[in-house]
Design a protein around this ligand. Structure first.
Ligand code: NAP
Length: 230
């Protein structure tokens, strides 16, 4: 049985990905920083839930201990939890605001990856999917033909660029694990409040990279249409 953990899966893209992977036969753990929200989401999907706040070392450590106790391993880790932060003018963004966004979007991935690596290493086909964004792609934000070039969000965009580089560095350092970054594309969720894609379209790349095997790629960045520039 494929055991999959998705952080921030109590709603939005994480919840939709959980639903789709559950239908494909995965044992899905809904990671949620709030017990009530996690439980409610897991009940809807008849999935498992685990309390996991990616900004809290103890919480991540305890989640890894608990899943190891219950399953012994995980096959798929989807680092999905994210926040948008403040989209004020760049001159109004403080280091504290940046730190808050990086603590979730960037350091959160490091915390979760670090604590779950021992469980992933027990899998025959370990896979990590990092949910990045086209807004963190240098190629997209500098291309005037792309919608991403119209956004000016210091904290969010730079945090997602960091997620992409984290992905490459992890992929290089851990060649036995398939580790890739995905851009869901503009999808209406609580994070964005707008976006033209359905949740299904927004999770196509996540589901695709969560279901690769050992012959699949590592160290790539895709959206639902294929490879995108870093
Ligand atoms: P969302 O509906 O706001 O969901 C975000 C999820 O992350 C929620 O479950 C939230 O939990 C969780 N979360 C936030 N901080 C957390 C923490 N400290 N610990 C654990 N969970 C935490 O947003 P979404 O659009 O589905 O976003 C999912 C991912 O996709 C994010 O990484 C986002 O940057 C990325 N993305 C989204 C789009 C888009 O257009 N929607 C495009 C590109 C990339 P709570 O319910 O407790 O707040």
């Amino acid at each position: 049985m494929t055991v999959t953990l998705i952080t921030g899966a109590n709603k939005g893209l994480g919840f939709e990905a959980a639903q789709r992977l559950k239908k494909l036969g995965h044992t899905v753990y809904i990671g949620s920083r709030d017990e009530e929200r996690g439980k409610e989401a897991a009940e809807k999907l008849e999935a498992q839930y685990i309390v996991l706040d990616v900004t809290n070392e103890e919480s991540v450590k305890n989640a890894a201990i608990e899943i190891e106790k219950r399953e012994g391993y995980i096959d798929v880790l989807i680092n999905n939890a994210g926040i948008s932060g403040n989209h004020s003018f760049v001159q109004d963004i403080t280091a504290d605001m940046m730190e808050q966004v990086y603590n979730t979007n960037v350091f959160g991935i490091v915390r979760v990856t670090q604590h779950f690596l021992p469980l992933l290493k027990k899998s025959n086909q370990p896979v990590i999917v990092n949910v990045s964004s086209g807004l963190g792609s240098f190629g997209q934000v500098t291309n005037p033909e792309k919608i991403e070039s119209t956004v000016n969000a210091l904290a969010y965009c730079s945090s997602k660029a960091a997620v992409s580089m984290l992905t490459l560095q992890y992929a290089k350092g851990l060649p036995d694990i398939r580790i890739n970054a995905v851009d869901p594309g503009p999808t209406k969720t609580d994070l964005t409040g707008h976006g033209f894609q359905t949740l299904e379209q927004g999770t196509d790349a996540i589901v695709k990279m969560a279901t690769i095997d050992n012959s699949g790629p590592t160290g790539i960045f895709i959206n639902r249409d294929g490879i995108i520039p870093w």
